[in-house]
Design a protein around this ligand. Structure first.
Ligand SMILES: CC(C)(COP(=O)(O)OP(=O)(O)OC[C@H]1O[C@@H](n2cnc3c(N)ncnc32)[C@H](O)[C@@H]1O)[C@@H](O)C(=O)NCCC(=O)NCCS
Ligand SMILES: Nc1ncnc2c1ncn2[C@@H]1O[C@H](COP(=O)(O)OP(=O)(O)OP(=O)(O)O)[C@@H](O)[C@H]1O
Length: 210
């Protein structure tokens, strides 16, 4: 149990497949942290009836399966891509889901702070800067990994193509800009344990200086 009064909230940013989730989960094996996964929250929100209603109005029934669930891969085809149409569709989807994701992030951070049981809160939110949510966090850590390695990971573990990775990343801020906005950079191109330890040490330093 934590006895520190200051519980830092740290946003993890970085390229797709850089290992934001993996590094956060590694830190959890080393110390007490709360991980908030914005992708996961985004998935849960797609089950809300009012969100489904708006998505049906905007994108039609083709993004739903026979059981009435949103098929994320169908929605992804409409919103990620090079055409102006993709850009516009992503904007519309974000207008529907981002306010809800933001609210949930805020609630989960507040709850973790008031429970006071952890050393740090790790917010795994790929688009935290793009969405304008960086004020939710005290610190930003950039997880660094070269493109080829990230591509290997997402092809092997998610079955994505190189085109899928590139398409999605084009909808995000350039990595060079994200890196500049970070308080620290952690390499995750090799040993996951070393990356986890580096983030854990970063947390130690934050707690010590408060
Ligand atoms: C389009 C959707 C249905 C595709 O779902 P899918 O399961 O294929 O992807 P998932 O949500 O797991 O996201 C995987 C990665 O795609 C990238 N990505 C997701 N949403 C966005 C976005 N709005 N802009 C840029 N990149 C994005 C991120 O790097 C993310 O880590 C889903 O990504 C979605 O609803 N996106 C809009 C909500 C959002 O912004 N979520 C991200 C919160 S951090
Ligand atoms: N150091 C590492 N060594 C080997 N595999 C790794 C390492 N770091 C991450 N991975 C693997 O690479 C894949 C992508 O990692 P992860 O899902 O954590 O990336 P992410 O940055 O959270 O991606 P996204 O931006 O899509 O949310 C996962 O299957 C993970 O297990």
């Amino acid at each position: 149990m934590s006895c520190h009064t200051f519980i830092p909230t740290i946003a993890l940013i970085g390229g797709i497949g850089s290992g934001k989730s993996a590094v956060a989960n590694k830190v959890k094996t080393l110390r007490s942290v709360k991980i908030i996964d914005a992708d996961q929250i985004g998935h849960e929100i797609l089950d809300f009836p009012e969100v489904q209603q708006k998505i049906r109005e905007q994108f039609g029934t083709a993004v739903f399966n026979e059981q009435g669930k949103i098929v994320r891969s169908n929605l992804a085809k409409l919103v990620f891509g090079d055409e102006k149409q993709h850009q516009e569709s992503l904007k519309k989807l974000e207008e529907i889901v981002h306010p809800q994701i933001h609210r949930r992030l805020e609630q989960e951070i507040l709850a973790a702070r008031s429970e006071g049981q952890v050393d740090a809160i790790l917010v795994d939110a790929a688009v935290i800067l793009e969405a304008g949510w960086k004020d939710l966090c005290d610190q930003i850590v950039f997880i660094e990994c070269p493109f080829e390695k990230r591509l290997n990971r997402v092809t092997q573990n998610r079955g994505w193509s190189s085109a899928e990775l590139t398409k999605r990343e084009k909808h995000q801020l350039p990595l060079s800009e994200k890196r500049k906005l970070a308080n620290d950079v952690i390499q995750n191109d090799q040993d996951l344990a070393a990356a986890g330890l580096a983030l854990s040490r970063f947390i130690d330093d934050l707690i010590k200086t408060k």
